[in-house]
Design a protein around this ligand. Structure first.
Ligand code: ATP
Length: 509
């Protein structure tokens, strides 16, 4: 069978097809954009901890993924028979088609967003919480940007699907590409040539939009960014303009002043497993406390209760004489949030925000809290802190472009950016290669020398002895020994617990 090629080529100069292209693009883009937004809220509802909200969202997704789009399009278009008032809107084929597509796409996009949201590591939310972000703030600035990047390739694919699905709206006589072709070949009977032309129009639209969205995806791909490292001259010039590295302003111990931190009778269980069994601890301003002990003894659980990353079952945490966390009380109160702002934390796995540059990692919390209010001052302070941890030259890099030791130093600078009165370190060197441990310990040692109050969970025994005012040995959810390093280092230890700790620390066999 011979095709009428001159007719085929003439299809591309017909205004009616180009108008149909515009309709397809408008319908597809609106359905994609609205489905994207509605799908996001549905995904948030789906992962909500409130049972009925999650169930409602689940039911919506189940229903609209089950009903074929073609059926929904016809159904929506005929709704004015039941609700005449809706005729002015969905009596129009374009809006009826759009509504049906948005309802369906929202269900699909919700699952795509849910996948993205669940892929963001738990540590990211914890890092936000440790920087006193509210739930919404953490979601907006930390979780959603990462989830969106993860979901983007699938969302782009969905756009291509939607462009093709617009052809289904021809069933209610919307003059999109298929309907336009159909009307034409029902007059001239050149079915193959017309459908071939329609197919070429679709391929053209999909190609243009895939290229544009692919370009967007590349622009957002952090792996492809190549930030510059400042050379020595630029770094020195910048350092001089900053007036040197940041100096801390720690709370100085004074007679009669309350302890910087006090834990009273802290109990914590995971299910039936009692992990903390009544821990009492006082940390004076400027003191450095190291917590050591066998694996599973409750060290990490204890330090995480101090900045409300773990709820306590019994007891109280007091910060500079003010009661701040009580068992059974919400950890979302402004009192707790204000307390958290005074406490910085460095995590074992760093938990840097991978979508932000080093500089923006340090700036995120000060910007969020408006601390200090002046943006220029915030920037200067962030650069001074990066200088303090030896990373001024790397300020434009992203976390994946740094070594583990560098990442941990950025994490420390990020915590210091909130000018905390107390710093918590949860095994800060455990995830590092041995040759990178020293550079992080050096930063912590410098903080100790400047008088920062610190609680450090560590397996670095020599470091704990060298840096600490007191070393705590935890076992079975209790502090078994609270002693000065000099006392532990005495070879003729007075009691069996000290002897046991000396053996644990490798000081005697
Ligand atoms: N989220 C959790 N759910 C259930 N059990 C947990 C949870 N977190 C910790 N545990 C349990 O609590 C106990 C204490 O854990 P924790 O991490 O505080 O110990 P640790 O002394 O810090 O150990 P390590 O030195 O190995 O890090 C362990 O038995 C652990 O399995």
């Amino acid at each position: 069978m011979d095709l009428d090629w001159s007719y085929f080529w003439s299809l591309f100069s017909m205004g009616v097809f180009w108008r149909a292209c515009v309709t397809v693009v408008q319908l597809g883009s609106l359905a994609w954009g609205l489905g994207l937004v509605l799908g996001f809220f549905l995904a948030c509802a789906r992962i909500s901890s409130t049972g009925w909200i999650s169930a409602l969202a689940g039911a919506y997704i189940w229903l609209f993924r089950s009903v074929p789009l073609l059926v929904l399009v016809v159904f929506v278009f005929n709704l004015p028979q039941i609700f005449p008032a809706s005729r002015s809107v969905i009596g129009e084929p374009f809006f009826a088609g759009l509504l049906a597509m948005v309802l369906t796409e929202a269900a699909y996009m919700a699952e795509i967003h849910r996948g993205g949201l669940l892929s963001v590591a738990r540590g990211q939310r914890e890092a936000g919480r440790a920087l006193a972000f509210g739930r919404l703030g953490a979601m907006r600035l930390i979780v959603v940007p990462q989830a969106f990047r993860i979901a983007l390739p699938t969302l782009i694919n969905e756009f291509v699907t939607i462009i093709k699905l617009t052809s289904l709206v021809s069933v209610i006589s919307l003059p999109e590409l298929l309907m336009t072709g159909l009307r034409l070949y029902s007059q001239n009977f050149l079915v193959m040539e017309t459908l071939l032309g329609v197919a070429v129009y679709y391929v053209m639209l999909v190609t243009i939009f895939s290229t544009l969205l692919g370009w967007l995806e590349k622009r957002l791909d952090l792996q492809l960014r190549r930030p510059t490292t400042l050379d020595d001259a630029a770094c020195t010039a910048l350092r001089n303009s900053l007036g040197g590295p940041a100096a801390l302003q720690p709370v100085i111990a004074a007679p009669g002043q309350p302890a910087a931190l006090e834990l009273r009778n802290i109990h914590k269980a995971y299910g039936a497993h009692q992990v903390l069994k009544g821990v009492n601890l006082k940390v004076g301003a400027g003191e450095v406390i190291s917590i050591i002990g066998p694996s599973g003894s409750g060290k990490t659980s204890l330090i995480r209760t101090i900045n409300a990353l773990e709820k306590i079952d019994q007891g109280e945490v007091i910060l500079f004489g003010e009661s701040y966390i009580h068992a059974h009380e919400s950890l979302d109160s402004s009192r707790v949030r204000n307390g958290i702002r005074r406490i910085g934390m460095a995590f074992q796995s760093f938990n840097l925000f991978p979508h932000l540059s080093v500089m923006d990692n340090v700036l995120l919390a000060p910007r969020y809290h408006g601390q200090p209010a002046d943006g220029k001052l915030r920037q200067t302070r962030a650069q001074q802190l990066l200088d303090k941890v030896g990373l001024l030259a790397h300020q434009h890099k992203y976390p994946h472009q740094l070594s583990g030791g560098q990442q941990q130093r950025v994490a420390i600078a990020r915590a210091l950016a909130m000018a905390p009165d107390v710093m918590l370190f949860d095994e800060p060197t455990s995830a590092l290669d041995p040759e990178l441990v020293g550079e992080v310990l050096k930063v912590i040692q410098d903080l100790a020398q400047e008088g920062m109050t610190m609680v450090i969970v560590t397996h670095e025994m020599d470091f704990a002895l060298a840096i600490s005012d007191r070393v705590l040995f935890m076992e079975n959810g209790l502090i078994q020994l609270d002693a000065a390093p000099q006392q532990i280092q005495q070879p003729d230890a007075p009691d069996s617990t000290t002897q046991r700790v000396r053996r644990f620390m490798g000081l005697e066999s």
